[in-house]
Design a protein around this ligand. Structure first.
Ligand code: ADP
Ligand code: MG
Length: 355
């Protein structure tokens, strides 16, 4: 057995895994630094669970290599079994023993590993304290809420002392208010423990809230890895732009580029926008987020006709039509606007997508 190590780095080099002819992982390369909260975000079926299972050792890989803290664990004929990899896994379904109380569920893996009873109960108490379940130690899983059960599963993972934790959509079954509470707890736990956390989700809001870094996954491939704000502001493909946040993509013509700024022609107006440095003049796609569209003052701006409004609690989402632009643009207003109403708008920034 390896000694217990905390917060391992995880590295995948050109990892491929097929089921029949389908490549669930297609040449995936990824580096996750030790201690990082790393989120893999992608739609259902894109290969997220396969990626997690490959790292945990639950799924052998076909090609490529996986290393933990530089030590090879999979690839080139090697497949280190899961129990030797020193990573904890938390699944979407909590997999608790129904006949055991909370403390016994958390203690179970430690007792199975032959740890001393006194050491086990101290460790269990500590981990249940971390997830704020101390008052519930005597309850059975059936007497707990979904959020509490998920916290038992988390405590059980912590109790094993894994400094590297893999979580497969652990909040997907929870009510929205419980999810927010659990997100806060996960963030607090992560900063307190320094564990390397690989967290998988299809929920971009969750990814934005938790991640140091997000890898956007699509059809077995990693499209982009960046911190949440860069991913939101500077997506490098239409697919990533469409998957992260609300957006409208409009065709424009780039007429001038200077560093990471460009002038683009959209309908009859010229706009100053942000762009990747390698942008060249010519046809391009402009990403407009709701916050890029604002009400213009005085006689400035251009006319837009309100098509539809949706109340979102404290603000309205407003879809507007502008002459010369095919799609409706989405913006956010602090007041209700009536369909047919004319607004004068200005576009503040925007992001030219690389072709
Ligand atoms: P995700 O977790 O992103 O929803 P998965 O990693 O579970 O995606 O699955 C990726 C693809 O691989 C899917 O098309 C799925 O049907 C397929 N797949 C996953 N596991 C198996 C398996 N054991 N046998 C056959 N196909 C599988
Ligand atoms: Mg999955």
């Amino acid at each position: 057995m390896m000694a217990i190590r905390g917060g391992m780095s995880i590295h995948l080099a050109s990892v491929t895994k097929s089921f029949g002819t389908h490549k669930a992982l297609n040449n995936v390369s990824l580096t996750i630094e030790g201690g990082m909260f790393f989120v893999v975000l992608g739609p259902s079926g894109c290969g997220k669970s396969t990626l997690l299972r490959a790292i945990a050792g639950l799924e052998p890989i076909d090609r490529g290599e996986i290393t933990l803290d530089g030590e090879p664990v999979a690839g080139n004929g090697l497949h280190m079994p899961p129990e030797q990899r020193q990573v904890g896994v938390v699944f979407q379904s909590y997999a608790l023993w129904p006949h055991m109380n909370v403390a016994a569920n958390v203690a179970f893996p430690l007792e199975s590993a032959g740890k001393k009873r006194s050491a086990v109960s101290a460790r269990v108490a500590e981990c249940l304290e971390t997830v704020a379940l101390t008052p519930f130690v005597k309850r059975k899983p059936a007497e707990l809420s979904g959020g509490q059960r998920q916290r038992v599963a988390l405590a059980r993972c912590l109790a094993q002392g894994a400094g590297t934790v893999l979580m497969d959509e652990p909040l997907a079954n929870l009510d929205p208010h419980l999810r927010s509470a659990m997100e806060e707890e996960l963030a607090a736990f992560h900063s307190a423990s320094g564990a390397t956390t690989l967290f998988i989700t299809h929920d971009q809001r969750e990814a934005m809230a938790l991640a140091d870094k997000v890898a956007v996954m699509w059809d077995g491939e990693i499209l982009q890895v960046d911190d949440p704000d860069t991913l939101y502001r500077r997506p490098m493909s239409k697919r990533v732009a469409g998957f992260i946040g609300r957006s409208t993509l409009v065709p424009v013509t780039v007429v001038r580029v200077e560093g990471d700024e460009a002038d683009v022609r959209l309908g009859g107006v010229t706009l100053e926008v942000a762009c990747p440095r390698e942008t060249v003049p010519g046809p391009a796609t402009l990403l407009l987020r709701p916050e890029h569209l604002v009400l213009a003052t005085g006689s400035h701006g251009f006319a837009a006709t309100v098509q539809q409004t949706i109340y979102r609690g404290g603000y309205w989402e407003v879809f507007v039509r502008v002459a010369g632009i095919e799609q409706d643009l989405m913006m956010v207003l602090p007041r209700k606007a009536e369909p047919g109403e004319t607004l004068r708008l200005a576009i503040l920034r925007g992001w030219v997508l690389p072709e």
